[in-house]
Design a protein around this ligand. Structure first.
Ligand code: AMP
Length: 424
């Protein structure tokens, strides 16, 4: 037996030193989502297992291999969410959000869980920002989703961004393409990997994103879905590309991009950024016009994307994007001994009541308190000793200007601090 506990495989502790990155990423995505008219929705961390089996697709890697499923004490079959969209669509139906004026633009953010093989940028508990637009068939909604994704990474300061773009067709044109793809693959049955032989039966489109070396030449020469789109899908794709061209947004048509979830129709896309090696997709999404009906809701076109927050932080670190420093309480209250301590606590509370961030020394000599204040990054140390108290004063040491010291009447300390902090 090990003599200490460790975190479960594939999870991370986000320590205080990591939090400036996380705060910056979270604040950036939320600010942009709000500025673009998206409203927040929060759904449970777990849902009925059947929701994901249906919504994500029985034959996907997620449902086949990656779900954290369990039975609760009431014999309910539940699963920690492996992605957000199925839960958001369930909530849309259950809460009657169909009555809202269209488009309904929603975002959510939080942890998701997949039993994957952990590696850089791939975890078992990870965090996603998720955005969706419901009720609009027009490619303008696809564009809006793609712009939000793009602008998030631009606002985070990433360089070398690009869109990968494809269409996965619709129930009208996809079956014919899948049949063409399958017969092409059957002709090469001897050359493809075992997984692809299996995928060919269960989920043929997925052969296109196989990573096995032996399958690469077969994929390269495979028929492309964009050559087999029906008129509606073709026009949709063209109009979306037209919008992107007009805006000068760089994109690469990637006919291997099919994405791991079954629910996509028409548009699929990813944003790639330099910095996480093989895991270069920082986000991915697309259109899923059939999902609402599949989950027994009213037919409702929809388009959305999910962005991994860990990957955003990794890219920031790789591209040396520094997040803004987290705010530090500017005031630190120090005291000489036990006798002056209770007056120091009163002073602390007064300063906090005025809305100024402050902390108090909790142990040590005055010298070590001052050292601690410096390490914590405080601007002003207020020192209370017997002499100062007798004179109704407090000594203020300004760590921001080489430790200059001055006495300030206790009665005036709050306005004094307010004035100095305003200048800063
Ligand atoms: P998906 O839901 O698979 O379309 O993934 C959308 C985004 O979520 C990806 O582009 C990643 O940024 C992130 N993501 C997906 N799976 C993981 C994982 N296991 N660990 C970390 N990030 C992930």
């Amino acid at each position: 037996m090990s003599d200490s506990y460790t975190r479960p495989k594939g999870t991370q502790d986000l320590l205080p030193g990591d939090q400036a990155y996380w705060d910056f990423v979270r604040a950036t995505v939320v600010d942009l989502a709000r500025a673009y008219g998206f409203e927040r929705i929060d759904t449970p961390l777990f849902e009925e297992t059947a929701l994901f089996a249906r919504g994500v697709g029985e034959a996907t890697d997620i449902v086949e291999k990656e779900m954290y499923s369990f039975r609760d004490k009431g014999e309910r079959e539940l699963t920690l969410r492996p992605e957000f969209t199925a839960g958001v669509v369930r909530a849309y139906i259950e809460n009657g959000l169909r009555v809202l004026p269209k488009p309904v633009k929603l975002y959510s953010m939080g942890p998701a869980f997949r039993y994957e093989q952990p590696q850089a940028g791939r975890y078992r508990q990870f965090h996603q920002f998720n955005a969706e637009i419901f009720g609009i068939e027009d490619p303008l909604a696809d564009l809006e989703i793609m712009l939000l994704a793009w602008d998030i990474y631009a606002a985070l300061g990433f360089q070398n961004l690009s869109f990968q773009l494809n269409s996965t067709g619709c129930p009208k044109c996809r079956p014919e393409y899948v049949a063409t793809l399958a017969s092409y693959y059957h002709a090469h049955a001897g050359e493809i990997c075992e997984d692809c032989q299996r995928r060919l039966e269960t989920n043929p489109l997925r052969v296109l994103d196989c990573k096995q070396r032996q399958c690469q030449p077969i994929i390269e020469a495979a028929p492309k879905i964009t050559d087999h789109l029906c008129e509606e899908c073709r026009q949709h794709f063209e109009r979306l590309r037209g919008h992107l061209d007009d805006l000068g947004k760089p994109y690469t048509i990637n006919s291997r991009l099919v994405r791991g979830l079954d629910y996509y129709t028409k548009t699929v896309f990813e944003v790639w950024a330099e910095g996480i090696g093989a895991q270069s997709a920082v986000c991915g999404g697309g259109r899923y016009d059939g999902l609402m009906e599949l989950l027994d809701g009213p037919p409702t076109p929809a388009v959305g994307f999910a962005a991994g927050l860990e990957r955003a932080v990794l890219v920031m670190q790789h591209q040396q994007v520094e997040p803004p420093a987290l705010p530090i309480p500017p005031v630190y209250v120090a005291y000489l001994d036990k006798r002056t301590r209770s007056r120091a606590v009163q002073l602390l509370v007064r300063i906090r009541e005025a809305g100024i961030g402050a902390q108090i020394a909790m142990s040590g000599s005055l010298r070590s308190q001052l050292r601690h204040a410096d390490k914590r990054g405080a601007r002003f140390v207020l020192i209370l000793g017997e002499d100062e108290l007798d004179r109704g004063e407090v000594t203020v040491k300004d760590l921001g200007s080489e430790g200059a010291q001055q006495a300030v009447p206790l009665a005036e300390i709050v306005p004094w601090l307010e004035a100095r902090l305003e200048e800063a």
